[in-house]
Design a protein around this ligand. Structure first.
Ligand code: AMP
Length: 221
């Protein structure tokens, strides 16, 4: 099952993709998570990516494409995956299409999680993430038992620099300018399924699960 998750920042792509990947035993491939790992490890890629990410801008298409190319060639991606955060521009979608063609595969579906700014901005500004294991919390809706400490691994939770108000504004602008075009691009190819992600996340998860079950049965439209 090869799936792409699209949608504005804060629509819940990471949270839903993580749960679904676990349910269907396929990897959740997030370019944002990969980049944050590279930053933590202090690699050249991490150094290059840091200022783009902190300011809410996109890293160059060829760099993002290279990351995905490496990742999709790993063994665990052979049985399917959820791509979260890639592609983010039309050139990236074209790169992915070409890469999958070369690999003799293709996408089964593109999930578009649609959410309105009134719902998203408070979601993003209250988000906290574990520095160690990446678990996502929210200061109001899903707080950790002890403030600042991850329930799962005891790591420190923090606010991503790009969840600050100025960076959130910039990420929305980038989404409108570059990523939103992908909705039409994939819709024209007959691959897009839209979900309303303003509702509570459990309901969105149940709806997504129905789609994933249909895809597994070979009827994902
Ligand atoms: P995310 O965790 O998906 O919100 O990604 C965090 C940040 O990583 C983005 O705001 C970008 O700076 C960068 N990033 C992640 N994926 C991509 C991509 N496909 N193309 C360019 N930049 C990306």
């Amino acid at each position: 099952m090869n799936i792409v998750f699209l949608g504005p920042p804060g629509a819940g792509k990471g949270t839903q993709a993580e749960k679904l990947a676990h349910t269907y035993s396929i990897p959740h491939i997030s370019t944002g998570d990969i980049l944050r790992e590279e930053i933590k490890a202090g690699t050249d890629l991490g150094k290059l990516a840091q200022s783009y990410i902190d300011d809410g801008n996109l890293i160059p298409d060829d760099v993002a494409g290279g990351i995905i190319k490496n990742r999709l060639q790993k063994d665990d991606a052979g049985g399917g995956y959820i791509l979260d955060g890639f592609p983010r521009t039309v050139p990236q979608a074209e790169m992915l299409e070409k890469l999958l063609e070369e690999m003799g595969s293709g996408l089964d579906r593109v999930v578009y999680l649609d959410a309105s700014p009134e719902v998203i901005v408070p979601r993003l500004s209250g988000r906290r993430v574990c520095k160690q294991c990446g678990k996502i919390y929210h200061i109001k809706n899903m707080p950790s038992a002890e403030e600042g400490v991850c329930d799962v691994c005891g790591g420190e939770t923090y606010q991503r620099p790009d969840d600050r108000p100025e960076a959130i504004r910039q990420r929305f602008q980038v989404y409108r300018d570059k990523t939103a075009d992908l909705i039409e691009w994939y819709d024209k190819k007959g691959l897009l399924t839209r979900f309303n992600a303003d509702i509570v996340k459990e309901e969105t998860f149940d709806e997504l699960k129905e789609l994933f079950d249909r895809i597994e049965e070979g009827n994902g439209h």
